[in-house]
Design a binder for this molecule. Structure first.
Ligand SMILES: [Zn+2]
Length: 429
């Protein structure tokens, strides 16, 4: 397989992208009605010809995670013998979903990821280390590996090792690119500094951050992103994906939002009632997976809250971009009736160098007023500093409890990620 970036539509005009997207949506609807029992049933009165403009997409019903979980085989788009790999979603909310991929889906995924890395300036001469665990049917590390390999970069699947071992691999391989979760990269940076890491002599020039937001709603680097950028003396890029979609939304060299690849995914942002919201307004990311074979989806509600930017990017691409994930929809916080995004709390806390680790615990039974407590691994004398930071940066006042790492892990439960939000609310979805 050769990497052919010229197949991307991103440098076409906005009008050309729109026209191609409408045609692609018509083809996609025709396809899912032929192959997917679920869509044969739910789209019995929907026809490809119904889609003449982007606004007509609103005529198509949404697909929810619950729909897929309830009867996954009815979403399959191919015969079982055509499936070559099965991935599991992260299971951040509810049970994980099994996502089947064909050989073509893997090529599509590699193309998506290679386009993303190339737009961010990665070249075949780069050496990349992927610092994300490769096991447990995980999607992201496979995508990063395939994308880097398709681009022709020299890619090392290092995964997550005991911190002291990473310095050895960094010294040995001299990577120019690291791909990892920001919290892990922050821990790695702290460990490297203890071992005499000198950022001015480091080979690392780019950091691709996945799984957590590194920007604020205003698109500035948040505390975590700032620590990484300054600490590694390397450019930070935000990248987002969801396993169900098998595509990447990744920042380009302009670092102003993750570009959608319009030939691979049709992107919408909708409000609670399912209506589109204006550019810059937060809403739920909804995606239609164009060209996906194993499990083609139409208007899939990701449950992730972000916002869209449709103007031409400084890089010249006309593909729309998405901002940082502000929250899981199920994790929106209500304080005396007002909505609060968890990202505003975590961004404020991530700026604190003296805060080793923390979780934000959500509790309560009233959907209009949640109880929020910060459980922090820090010295008791730092409580005032944490409280002040929350008040000035996030405009909130929540109690802070000092705890230890073992208690935090118990609060997080059996999760693979070092999640920062623990939701114990009885009304949580
Ligand atoms: Zn761009």
């Amino acid at each position: 397989m050769y990497f052919r970036p010229e197949l991307s539509w991103e440098f076409l005009s906005a009008d050309e992208i729109e026209a191609k997207s409408v045609r692609a949506l018509r083809n996609h609807i025709r396809h899912v009605k032929e192959v997917s029992p679920h869509y044969q049933e739910t789209f019995f009165d929907v026809f490809p010809e119904d889609i003449k403009t982007p606004a007509d997409v609103a005529r198509l019903p949404f697909t929810n995670k619950k729909d897929v979980a309830a009867d996954t085989p009815r979403f399959l788009g191919v015969a079982p013998q055509e499936i070559v790999e099965t991935l599991l979603t992260g299971g951040a909310t509810g049970s994980p979903l099994a996502i089947p991929l064909t050989a073509s889906d893997i090529e599509r995924l590699a193309f998506s990821q290679a386009l993303s890395f190339q737009a961010a300036g990665v070249q075949s001469a780069d050496k990349a280390q992927i610092l994300v665990s490769q096991d447990r049917l995980a999607f992201a590390p496979m995508a990063y590996y395939r994308g880097m390999a398709l681009l022709g970069a020299n890619v090392a699947r290092v995964g997550q090792l005991p911190l002291e071992q990473h310095k050895r691999f960094l010294d040995l391989l001299q990577p120019s690119v690291l791909v990892g979760a920001p919290s892990f990269l922050k821990m790695l940076l702290a460990d490297l500094k203890k071992r005499g890491f000198d950022s001015s002599r480091s080979s690392v020039k780019k950091l691709f951050c996945c799984g957590e937001s590194v920007r604020t709603q205003e698109m500035r680097l948040n505390g975590l992103g700032d620590i990484l950028e300054k600490g590694f003396n390397a450019a930070v890029y935000s990248t987002y994906t969801a396993t169900e979609l098998c595509v990447a939304y990744c920042e380009c060299s302009a670092r102003s939002g993750g570009h959608a690849h319009p030939e691979l995914v049709y992107t919408e942002i909708v409000d609670d009632t399912g209506n589109p919201v204006a550019d810059g307004m937060p809403g739920e990311l909804v995606a239609t997976t164009l060209g996906c074979e194993g499990m083609p989806l139409v208007r899939y509600r990701t449950g992730d809250i972000t916002f869209k930017m449709s103007a031409t990017c400084a890089c010249g691409r006309n593909s729309c971009r998405i901002g940082p994930i502000l929250a899981r929809k199920s994790q929106l916080i209500k304080v005396r009736g007002a909505t609060l995004y968890p990202l505003s709390i975590t961004s404020a806390l991530d700026e604190l160098q003296f805060l080793d680790d923390y979780v934000v615990v959500l509790e309560g039974t009233d959907p209009l007023s949640d109880t929020v407590t910060i459980h922090a691994v820090t010295a008791p004398t730092n409580i005032v500093g944490i409280t002040n930071q929350l008040r000035t940066s996030a405009k909130v006042q929540f109690p802070v409890l000092v705890t230890n790492g073992r208690t935090l892990d118990a609060l997080r439960g059996n999760t693979l990620l070092k999640t920062k939000i623990v939701d114990k609310r009885s009304h949580a979805q």
